[in-house]
Write a new protein. Sequence first.
Lengths: 244, 338
Amino acid sequence: MYLSVANVSFAHNSTFRIEGLSLAVDKGEMLGIIGPNGSGKTTLLKLLSGIFKPQAGTITLDGHDMHAFKHKELACIRAYVPESIDLPFDYTVSEIIAIGRHPFIGTFSRPGKNDRKAIDNAIELTDTHKLVNRKFFTLSMGEKQRVMLAMAIAQEPEVLLLDEPISHLDIGHQLAFMHTLKQLHRSGTTIISAMHELPLAREFFERLCLMDNGRIVKAATSGDRELLDHIKSVFGVTEERFIK
Amino acid sequence: MKLHQFIERHTWLLWLTLVLCLLMVFVLNIAIGPVNIPLSTVLHAFLSSSKNIDSTIILSIRLPIALSGIIVGASLGVSGAIFQAILRNPLADPYILGISAGAALGASIAQALLLSSIPVSLSAFVGAIAAMAMVYLLSLSSGSSTPLYLILSGVAISALLGSIMSFVMLMSNAMQIRIYSIMLWLMGGIKETGWHELIFIGAAFSILMVLALLTAPYLDILPFGDEKASSLGVHVERARLLSMTIAALLAGIAVYLSGLVGFVGLVVPHITRLVIGPSHKRLITVSIFVGAIFLLFSDLIARTVLRPIEVPVGIITSLIGAPFFLYLLLRAYKGYKF
């Protein structure tokens, strides 16, 4: 088991808590996390990325406790793309993507050949050539998401975690974004993403993890009949054509 | 945008301009005063060892003041840049987290209680750092020193210390001269400083600047938010405390040398960011120069505008800085989110 969550509990405040969560993710898997608003998708992602520390239970990465890693070590293994970024300063796109290399650059050293290569690769994969000299504030929502993805890819992560990355994009940009993820998946990256778009999630992810009220209702392959029934009941949608 | 790209390609031009401007205001600062000294004499005083009245004025009074001016301007500029990054807020300045209130209280206590053994500047420095520490600890009690909690704690502590200061001033009401001297001190002005003291402060200043440059990558990352920063391998709480300590000490140095000089720490990082962008290694390096130039230039005006009366430099920096800042808000930052 590559990434595993065992009996994890976590509470933000008194109103919402995640309890007794268990989940296992294989290396190179592409897993979608679905569920209604407030079901705990983001919290699970933050637990999986080590940003939140579980109050009970353990999360292990490649056999090691997630929180035994140093911050920088962990940043060389996994990258996290938050739902949206609200920057106070107007960085250029190339500056932002380069910041993704931070965990690899020592306090007294400068970016080297490897860093340059990783950045170029990230730009290539996300098709952001034309944006590199642009300022972040001038970008459209779709472009911003691509840049944030490029920043995460520059980290050369083994595990890529994304929080509803395509929720604010039109269908064309959604598909383009998903194809980029698929390409990363083919090159061996483990991808875990929270998703609101059920048809797209079922199309692109091998396995889906359905959450409701801070619990995992079911994790199964996307085509699983039982999963579909659970989706219908959790979202309160009776007509299948809306979720297929 | 275009200016940004032009400068990217001709970095040497930027540096040349900065160095020349700094040299110019520096030499003018030394030459102009109650007695004007010809530029040739100024250069002569540096180069030859012969002593006369002019060279004594230059070496023991004007030069230390001009150097203090550089340290104050650069410290405030860099401190402001750091606070704006940590607090993820372009409206932050070095005084925002209780430093001005702490300094003012420290200064007024020293004045009012007639603690002649403790100089005003020292008690102001202690007050500033203590207030900042209080703000930090208070914000921590909420679990984490997020920008919002820091700013809220800063507002609360500033209000509290401000009222204590008013009380102290009221109690020392009998001696009005002292209140006047506190007021004068609060307006900010570069004090005369002895060489020994200045060398010590200069060394601390240099070390803090090196540390600020080394921690610049954190300042690039923290604006992305705590969670994204953490996922990029930054120990957010530690990085924030380190950067905040550096910025607070720099602000403390400025307070020690010149009281409360306003607007430098707010405006300098803004201007600099407009010209060279927000990347912090360059922002800090250039802010050192822009801050020093802005302060020396303001000091020049402060000393000449009502000659022979010297206007506190803080009045001039605010007089130039405030309208300029308004201009920035209205024009250059259209569509800017605050």
